[in-house]
Ligand binder design. Sequence first.
Ligand code: MN
Length: 233
Amino acid sequence: MTSVVLFDIPAPPTIAVQGTLTRFPVNRIFCVGRNYAEHAKEMGVEVDRETPFYFLKSPHAIVESGATVAYPPGTANYHYEMEFVVAVGQPGFKIDAAKALDHVYGYATGLDMTRRDLQLEARAKGRPWDLGKDFEQSAVISRIVRKEEFGEIGQQRIWLEVGGKTQQDARLSDLVWKVPELISHLSQFYHLSPGDLIFTGTPAGVGAVVAGNGMRGAVDGLPEVLLTIGQPS
Ligand code: MN
């Protein structure tokens, strides 16, 4: 007697790798909270310098740059968060920060789209953030640029425009927890796997978007991430 799988479920999403015909399959999406001091301040909280913290999104939240997504259900305060994204290419557990970048495949630009009203309500009640953060089409991502092509993480500018007006503008050097520290810390709790993505947090200037808005953002050396908001589905 052989067993039979009841039905098919969606395959993991994949992301284009710049300048190649290869695609990067997405395993897990880790997101870092409060990783720019000015953003923490605008959210009415302090950066915790003791330890970083995370939330996750389902890989099926992935949307490729250039899409139009429907205004999501359950919110009246739908926010953008422009982020620098790390794509993990080598497995690792309890990784030393000095070796952390050996586990990186490449980098991309992303939008951590957020139902801010639901996130803040959950935060106030001490509940998980899932309804505010982990929903369909909430993780928007550009093509991935391989680590060797991008080079060192330093003073690169990270910015976002909504309708042609600059709303977020910072430098990767403003990251509170640097990428090697994040990889090392996360890997104390998870066996990191190829296909994992790390959204490293957003700078100050987050805000709401409505149907008809278009967003365009980038990090120096990486492709732009583009998103248009459509009518509610
Ligand atoms: Mn974020």
